[in-house]
Design a binder for this molecule. Structure first.
Ligand SMILES: O=C(O)CCC(=O)C(=O)O
Length: 219
């Protein structure tokens, strides 16, 4: 059997860190099971409609707060009007550990209290254009977890969708954090590499991405 080449952690920009293989296989299976539950309701996973009539190729379900372009609400007015599932405490803990590990500082996650997550499912054709996560009223970091097929993740700059950017392969179990000067950097997913995931995660095909955020909203 070919030896696995370790993938080093990298910092494509100040405040942005890629930690390969951060989630254990068990954690990946548990997250897939949890996401499958959220995908079925109370607000089912859907292709988000954009204000100009387009539809995103990615399918998304939210917890804590519901995101639709370009706002957060507790209820999903663009889906079925129901309140989204709550943001579980165990996921707050996972987000805190992610920051401590990514920034190699045991205190980096102290006080970090994500209250929403966008859970994206990508089939082999899905993509996500370059965008900023800027509907949150908080500059706290975004914690991103990937499971299933590897993708090319494009991480850019805070000025525009254009170069300079870095293309990084995010594989199953990888953690990516962007905070500090990179919190509002443009980023996107130009392609998924079908067939690269391990069905033992519980995901037979496709890619799951979870981004935890702090909305800064009350209510
Ligand atoms: O799928 C990813 O890795 C990125 C997701 C993302 O950019 C988003 O949900 O805003």
């Amino acid at each position: 059997m070919a030896a696995l080449i370790p993938r080093p952690r990298m910092r494509p920009a100040p405040g942005a860190v890629h930690v390969p293989g951060w989630l254990t296989p068990d954690q990946q299976r548990e997250l897939v099971a949890a996401c499958r539950g959220w995908a079925s309701g109370p607000v089912p996973i859907r292709h988000t409609r954009l204000p100009r009539g387009g539809v995103m190729s990615v399918q998304t379900v939210c917890i804590g707060w519901h995101w639709q372009p370009y706002t957060y609400t507790r209820t999903a007015g663009d889906v079925n009007g129901r309140r989204v599932a709550g943001f579980p405490d165990w996921m707050v803990g996972l987000g805190r550990r992610a920051l401590a590990d990514a920034y190699e500082d045991p205190a980096a996650g102290d006080g970090y209290t994500p209250d929403t997550a966008l859970i994206n499912f990508y089939d082999g054709q899905a993509k996500l254009g370059m965008h900023q996560d800027k509907d949150e009223q908080s500059g706290d970091p975004v914690v991103s977890l990937s499971i299933g097929d590897t993708c090319v993740f494009r991480f850019g700059n805070t000025e525009s969708r254009n170069r300079p950017y870095t293309d990084i392969e995010l594989a199953s179990g990888d953690l990516f954090v962007f905070g500090g000067p990179s919190r509002f950097a443009y980023h996107g997913v130009p392609r998924v590499l079908p067939g690269t995931g391990d069905p033992a995660t519980g995901l037979a095909s496709g890619r799951l991405n979870i981004t935890m955020r702090v909305t800064g909203l009350k209510g």
